[in-house]
Design a protein around this ligand. Structure first.
Ligand code: ZN
Length: 436
């Protein structure tokens, strides 16, 4: 008998492999930070013993969900301005609020709340774009989340920097600092083609190439962006990036709502990952990304919540559900995005598009133990014919019971392990009374 740190048993274990196997009465073995084995509970219990066997009836065990586009610290601006178009929302409310309030302390406190919200919704990895990312990294590590943190780059001065040179310098320092961390991977986040000149985009790309880190950018989110870029450069946004030599598989592009067939081909050819943020796009009235067409072209489309100020929550379960339904409706085709594909996009593809495919995104021997256990003993999950259907169309964040990240128990029976939830929430309320 081999010793294991944890054995997790589930009525349904979803490894998220190519065949979309479902292991009935399955088990996952955790040793240290990694998944040591997986299989039927009967097999596993003959080979391994552990003091910590997590079991119970009606549990689903799956890889942690991956949020491929967010601005975690924006949780503190949740509900501060709603029901406005993107440009007005950004320029009149969000950027001024950020310029007044952002600081390492703000980002650290807000990131703790964001991580709490995400973990409790079964998200174990998030891809961030913001300022003061050192503070964000420390907070995410404290709570125990895996994160790809993008040092924000824009051409204009903000509370976090003076201009492109300054942001790029800070980004380089940030990358060097976090490059060997087990949970935090650094990345570079030039905001968009409208907030970064071609020169800034090229310098960001050079820096990313120098350190082999991903680039995280907003792309073709709103109609006006396409119009502005066309007016300025005579090209559409994707074409503009393509001609700058910017596109490759290390790019994760958020939104891609207004892309034409040629641009879809360019994104596919260069293996750019697309983060689909349907709820943010719906709420800001930005439009609906042509996801079924992008999937057909072979693009790895994944899910992002965007910041909580434009969503207004951080819940990949609901992104999957909304996306799967909206794309059926707009294409008049109920097969446009099925539940199995949606869960693959939210797990393995998410990890792969962030360059973490070897590390997380599926339940496989040797991968990090980033695992979510859901309680299926709920009225809205009964009866059960197809586990994929329930996870995508019926499950809620409150069904997430237990979460592991890198082999560590981070949410135990619905409660955060690393910090006091009450304190995180009171801190958020204190900030709100100041921001107000
Ligand atoms: Zn965004």
């Amino acid at each position: 008998m081999q010793n294991a740190d944890y054995i997790i048993r589930g009525e349904y274990v979803l490894p998220m492999d190519d065949a979309r196997t479902v292991i009935k009465n399955g088990a996952v073995v955790i040793r240290g930070s990694k998944i040591a084995d997986t299989g039927s509970f009967d097999e596993i219990s003959k080979k391994y013993s552990s003091k910590n066997i997590i079991t119970g009836n009606n549990k689903a065990v799956m890889p942690g969900l991956i949020n491929t586009h967010t601005h975690a610290a924006m949780v503190y601006f949740r509900g501060i301005a709603d029901d406005l178009p993107l440009k007005e929302w950004l320029e009149k409310y969000i950027w001024p609020a950020e310029n007044k309030w952002l600081s390492p302390e703000f980002v650290s406190d807000a990131t703790e709340l964001a991580c709490l919200e995400m973990l409790k919704a079964g998200i174990t990895t998030y891809n961030d774009m913001y300022f003061f990312e050192d503070a964000s990294g420390k907070a995410a590590k404290k709570i125990g989340m895996r994160a790809v943190l993008g040092a924000g780059i824009v051409d204009f001065p903000t509370i976090a920097g003076k201009g492109a040179d300054d942001y790029l310098e800070k980004a380089e320092r940030f990358i060097k600092h976090w490059t060997k961390d087990a949970l935090i991977s650094p990345c570079i986040a030039p905001h968009s083609v409208y907030a970064c000149a071609p020169e800034t985009l090229k310098r960001s790309k050079d820096l990313a190439d120098k350190y082999s880190v991903p680039i995280h950018i907003h792309l073709s989110e709103a109609k006006w962006e396409v119009k502005d870029v066309q007016k300025k450069y005579g090209k559409r946004p994707v074409e503009h990036l393509h001609d700058l030599g910017f596109l490759d598989e290390c790019i994760i592009a958020a939104h891609c709502v207004w892309v034409d067939e040629r641009e879809i081909e360019m994104l596919a050819k260069h293996k750019v990952g697309v983060s689909h943020c349907i709820e943010s796009n719906l709420k800001l009235g930005s439009g609906i990304a042509p996801v079924p067409r992008m999937l057909k072209a072979g693009i790895k489309v994944t899910f992002g919540t965007d910041g909580a100020a434009s969503n207004n929550d951080m819940n990949i379960l609901s992104e999957m559900s909304t996306a799967a339904k909206v794309h059926k409706a707009v294409s008049n085709d109920p097969t446009a995005l099925d539940a199995r594909t949606a869960l693959l996009m939210a797990t393995r593809w998410g990890a792969e598009s962030l360059g973490l495919g070897e590390i997380t995104g599926s339940i496989e021997k040797g991968k990090a133990a980033d695992i979510v256990i859901m309680n299926l003993d709920k009225p809205h999950l009964t009866p059960l014919y197809d586990i994929y259907s329930h996870i995508v169309y019926s499950a809620m964040a409150s069904d997430v019971e237990t979460v592991f990240v890198n082999g560590k128990l981070v949410v135990d029976k619905g409660n955060l392990c690393a910090a006091d939830e009450g304190e995180i929430i009171s801190k958020a309320r204190e900030w709100r009374s100041k921001i107000r």
